[in-house]
Design a protein around this ligand. Structure first.
Ligand code: GLN
Length: 481
């Protein structure tokens, strides 16, 4: 029993081919069989069987299906569920129990989604391989010697290996899109402010967004519509109405103008990856879209700006883990300062400490102008360049990641090589715009994601273009053995 889309699940529930409890049992069994090798889950929620039974009771009572009834969901372990442990894959939060439920999770559950468990990530979502977790490494189901990407590696793998139907992650600099690209699933980051960050453990607050992993663009749209929209608990959410995303029999890209920004090809990009994207451009051309080369002259500076802004915000956000209010507390020495020092030293991993140091440095007196303020100016410039490009084209098409999945351990010794994985994803976060990675083809038998970006609030164009691509290609149906 393996369903690949929400509409398949709903057809089966309606036909009474399957019950919600059976769907959940199948998911739990699959995790039991595969997760020893994959390491996607940090915790499984046994209580989900009771939740499924409640859904079956509703259905038996004649209630119409809710939008996500029967949908098994995995949640990245940096999103809170009230009363349950949430760790951000950090020792500092190892036994911490949340006191709120993330709005995104809450909205999905209100529509019937069943949270199967919490997935592994790089500690506090810093990383691009899921190797920075304090607890375990997650492996790529296409080849378990390779990383799944990160930081939402566990959530990507849960969907790619059919452990759950869908999952959610967070994307600050590519953490949804890059693992989606490495594992052959759809990953979507909405416009900044579209989905509430309430209950998401903050990494860099001006960049973080929550989004879905699915097999299809249609399912990503369904999840997005449920999660999106204003939330009183997050003042950065927008009051704009969330446009209903619907697809007719054929998603139309006739007359759509698609830009290929030349800075996203060329140096540092694996030619086999670039070829997959050029082939995708041909697919769009055949569908009647116009393909044009465009330029974003400062896009390549995005990585440098990101690695100033992100650590700066992180160093400030992580100041709250003081050994007193949350999680781990070491009290061997004398006095308050010792509690701070010992708890943070024992609780945080290397990469987290590195970012706190870089961030604190670039915010310190005498250096803010040279680093943080400069980076913020570069961010504005990049934002303006995107605005100008979107006067010429409706969407942009690029690779998601410069390479396919790399071997476990290959980049852990040199943080800079790890940061390079984010080259093509961070521009969208700095510009606040929506972006999606979807299965685009293969290079050396490994999945390659293509990235679509649109202007702020124009998620609809991305979904339309993504759906059109999936209607005429079958890359998204390919599965690891
Ligand atoms: N890889 C990037 C980083 O390490 C992005 C992380 C993310 O999007 N959460 O910061």
């Amino acid at each position: 029993m393996s369903y690949r889309t929400i509409s398949d699940v709903h057809a089966a529930l309606t036909a009474k081919d399957v019950s919600t409890v059976e769907l959940v049992q199948a998911s739990l069994e699959r995790i039991h069989e595969t997760d020893k090798d994959l390491g996607a889950f940090l915790r499984v929620r046994d209580i989900v069987l009771d939740e499924a039974a409640a859904t079956d009771k509703r259905i038996a009572g004649g209630e119409p299906l809710r939008l996500l009834d029967g949908v098994t969901l995995a949640v990245k372990d940096n999103m809170a569920i009230n009363g349950e442990v949430v760790t951000a894959a950090s020792k500092i939060l190892e036994h911490y129990k949340a006191v709120v439920t993330a709005t995104a999770v809450d909205r999905l559950r209100q529509q019937g989604a069943l949270v199967i468990g919490k997935t592994n990530l790089d500690e506090f979502a810093m990383g691009a391989s899921t190797e920075n977790s304090a607890f375990q490494k997650t492996k790529n189901p296409w080849n378990t010697a390779l990383v799944p990407g990160g930081s939402s590696g566990g959530s990507a793998v849960a969907v790619a290996s059919d452990q759950t139907l869908v999952s959610i992650g967070s994307d600050t600099g590519g953490s949804i899109r890059q693992p989606a690209s490495f594992t052959n699933v759809v990953g979507f980051k909405p416009t900044y402010g579209r989905i509430s960050r309430f209950g998401l453990l903050s990494l860099a607050s001006s960049l973080d967004q929550i989004g879905p992993f699915t097999h299809t663009v249609d399912d990503a749209a369904r999840m997005y519509m449920v999660m999106a929209g204003q939330d009183d608990n997050d003042a950065t959410t927008s009051a704009r109405t969330v446009e209903a995303i619907t697809f007719g029999a054929k998603a139309d890209v006739q007359n759509m103008r698609i830009g290929l920004p030349k800075e996203f090809f060329g140096e540092g990009i694996d030619p086999a990856v670039a070829k997959v994207v050029m082939d995708a451009a041909d697919v769009y051309k055949k569908l009647g879209a116009t393909i044009v080369e465009v330029s974003l002259p400062h896009a390549r500076d995005a990585l440098a700006a990101y690695y100033i802004i992100q650590p700066a915000e992180t160093s400030s956000n992580l100041a709250r883990y003081d050994g007193i209010r949350y999680g781990l507390s070491k009290r061997e020495g004398q006095g308050l300062i010792n509690i701070y020092k010992q708890s943070r030293d024992a609780g945080f991993g290397q990469e987290v400490k590195r970012r706190i140091m870089v961030g604190t440095f670039s915010l310190s007196a005498g250096y803010t102008d040279a680093f943080y303020h400069q980076a913020v100016m570069v961010r504005s410039l990049i934002h303006e360049e995107f605005d100008q490009v979107f006067d010429q084209v409706d969407i942009l098409l690029t690779p998601t990641s410069p390479t396919t999945a790399f071997p476990l351990g290959a980049r852990t010794a040199d943080p800079l090589t790890m940061y390079l994985a984010d080259l093509l994803t961070v521009p969208a976060n700095l510009a606040n715009i929506p972006a999606m990675s979807l299965p685009g083809g293969f290079a050396d038998n490994l999945p390659v994601g293509i990235q679509l970006m649109a202007k702020e609030w124009d998620e609809a164009s991305i979904f339309r273009a993504g759906q059109a691509f999936q209607q005429v290609t079958d890359w998204h149906t390919k599965q690891p053995n």
